[in-house]
Design a protein around this ligand. Structure first.
Ligand code: IMP
Length: 175
């Protein structure tokens, strides 16, 4: 498929994505049994993963969103900008940050620095995709859907220049 000026090819099919989400949900249900979670979704990319993950969560769960941005085109810009901040106190809450993809980890580090002062009871990270070879942050996600090499991907909430989020499977940039 062509998105703006680039060609993308099929990479991870819908079924594989769904199975990864079910597995992550199962792990969270087990680990938080008897507790109450606040999911913290990172907009825009994580909206679809948040929705599908939450449908499979059986423990008590609330959700809140923050909006951050670091990407320009297909490369991380290095600085993370806060576009919509936290609207809810996380004090004494069990927080699970929900990301579409963890790449350099800069976004995650920024989120941790935003919420640490709130004194949550615990903070973990769930991400649909993780690029271990690109990662240079200090908070490795506990719940990982699928690990991928350092490829630029779109679909399932993820975009190239704002386009492609609606694709239900994952495509990668064709070299
Ligand atoms: P990080 O701060 O480098 O870990 O990047 C995190 C954010 O950058 C993700 O939440 C995505 O919004 C975006 N991002 C990273 N890699 C990709 C990609 O391959 N495709 C689309 N967006 C990406």
């Amino acid at each position: 498929v062509q998105i703006v000026d680039r060609i993308f090819e099929p990479y991870i099919d819908q079924n594989t994505v769904e199975n990864a989400i079910l597995r992550v949900a199962k792990e969270i249900n087990k680990d938080y049994d008897g507790k109450s979670i606040v999911f913290l979704g990172i907009l825009n990319g994580a909206f679809m993963f948040c929705a599908d993950l939450m449908k499979n969560i059986q423990v008590e769960a609330d959700i809140s969103f923050v909006k951050l941005s670091s990407y320009q085109g297909t490369k991380s810009g290095g600085t993370v900008h806060e576009l919509i901040g936290l609207m809810q106190s996380l004090k004494n809450k069990h927080v699970v940050i929900v990301e579409d993809i963890v790449d350099t980890g800069l976004t995650l580090d920024k989120i941790f620095s935003m919420i640490d002062g709130d004194q949550p009871a615990s903070v973990e990270v769930a991400t649909l995709l993780f690029k271990p070879s690109a990662y240079k942050g200090s908070h490795v996600p506990k719940y990982i859907g699928i690990e991928i090499p350092d490829e630029f991907v779109v679909g399932y909430g993820m975009d190239y220049q704002g386009i492609g989020r609606n694709i239900p499977a994952i495509y990668k940039l064709k070299n």
